[in-house]
Design a binder for this molecule. Structure first.
Ligand code: NAP
Length: 313
């Protein structure tokens, strides 16, 4: 029997190739589900993003599960997820920076009327010179002032926008107004000309971007969802845009991915669609994170990124 811990990769087998250059050198036995033979009782650690339901509970000696992504809803989608096993999620400054880049880019595309000018250029038309709304008067609301929401809020604040954030608990981020809890949700929405969703997907946040929420936003508000498709009631979003109440949306995530051909979002002139690429975990950094996490677990330490199972994120 090997003294080296065994790490099971529960990912599409072709992903394993991205990781092996970084994991292969570590003092671990790495096995890939669906590619390698292994015995369930030998598995000490697992890494995944959306494990096959029921599989983790068949591993009797599992010490820690690592999430490849910041979001852990894929694990809770497994009704038999072994809740006694610590679940540790990947938090990384580079990932937060790239998420913030995406958010800033899409705020600026809308704020600086980039799509209108692109259409005008495609028609060889010198567009009427319309001034964008003043930046300091443009209010941005970030749903979820956590690891990523905080970085996005700071970047937008530094560009001169008036930024607020909504979270469960009160935050203190310089130049960012903090709204906390359900009791302050409506006030937060009323000052959000841009509503940016960076919440985790939990029982409480599923469907939070719905007709009631949109109705509480200022006329002409713009929605950016970079969290999870399950946050949006998609038919409500289309209706709010088509009614003119919302000016449009940028969507990176969807109820069904890949986005079905028949989705109204594809051809909607006021919607920007991207294929869940706001940020992608870097295998080199994520492998180093997992190797370090295993070393901590072997020393009996509780990892600081351990998910609070009851809270759901
Ligand atoms: P995080 O650090 O856990 O932050 C979550 C924030 O949401 C926290 O501020 C939390 O409040 C708040 N929150 C949670 N439930 C709430 C509720 N019911 N009411 C009010 N506030 C609530 O998460 P993160 O690392 O920033 O990641 C956010 C999400 O981004 C992930 O869950 C994932 O879905 C998504 N993501 C997407 C991509 C992509 O490529 N599209 C990539 C990475 C991540 P407290 O701080 O008070 O607890």
């Amino acid at each position: 029997m090997s003294a080296r811990p065994t790490l099971l990769m529960l990912v599409p087998p072709h992903w394993a190739g991205f990781w092996m250059p970084w994991l292969g050198a570590a003092p671990l036995d790495v096995v890939v589900h669906g590619r390698d033979a292994y015995r369930a009782q030998d598995v000490d650690y697992a890494l995944s993003f959306r494990p096959e339901p029921g599989l983790l509970k068949t591993l009797p000696n599992l010490k820690t599960v690592f999430s490849l992504g910041a979001g852990v809803d894929g694990f809770f989608a497994d009704p038999e997820f072994p809740k006694a096993v610590p679940l540790v999620r990947f938090i990384d400054p580079q990932l937060s920076t790239e998420m913030a880049q995406y958010v800033v880019m899409h705020v600026l595309v809308q704020h600086r009327l980039a799509r209108e000018f692109a259409v005008a250029q495609s028609e060889s038309r010198w567009a009427q010179r319309v001034l964008p709304r003043k930046t300091a008067d443009t209010r941005i609301g970030i749903l979820g002032l956590g690891e990523i929401g905080t970085v996005a809020g700071e970047r937008l604040r530094d560009l001169g926008f008036a930024v607020s954030g909504w979270s469960q608990t009160r935050k203190s981020v310089r130049g960012v107004e903090s709204y906390a809890g359900d009791g302050e949700f409506a006030s937060f929405l009323s000052v959000s000309d841009y509503l940016i969703c960076l919440l985790p997907l939990t029982a409480k946040t599923r469907g939070i971007l719905n007709a009631d929420t949109f109705a509480k936003l200022p006329e002409g508000a713009y929605v950016i969802n970079v969290a999870r498709g399950g946050h949006v009631v998609e038919s409500d979003l289309v209706a709010a845009i088509d009614s003119g109440h919302l000016s449009g949306a940028t969507l990176d995530v969807f109820q069904t991915e890949p986005l079905p051909k028949e989705s109204p979002f594809w051809l909607h002139p006021k919607v920007i669609v991207t294929p869940h690429i706001a940020a992608i975990s870097d295998p080199k950094l994520a492998a180093a994170f997992v190797i370090d996490g295993i070393a901590r677990a072997e020393r009996g330490e509780r990892h600081p990124n351990t998910v609070e199972i009851e809270r759901g994120y």
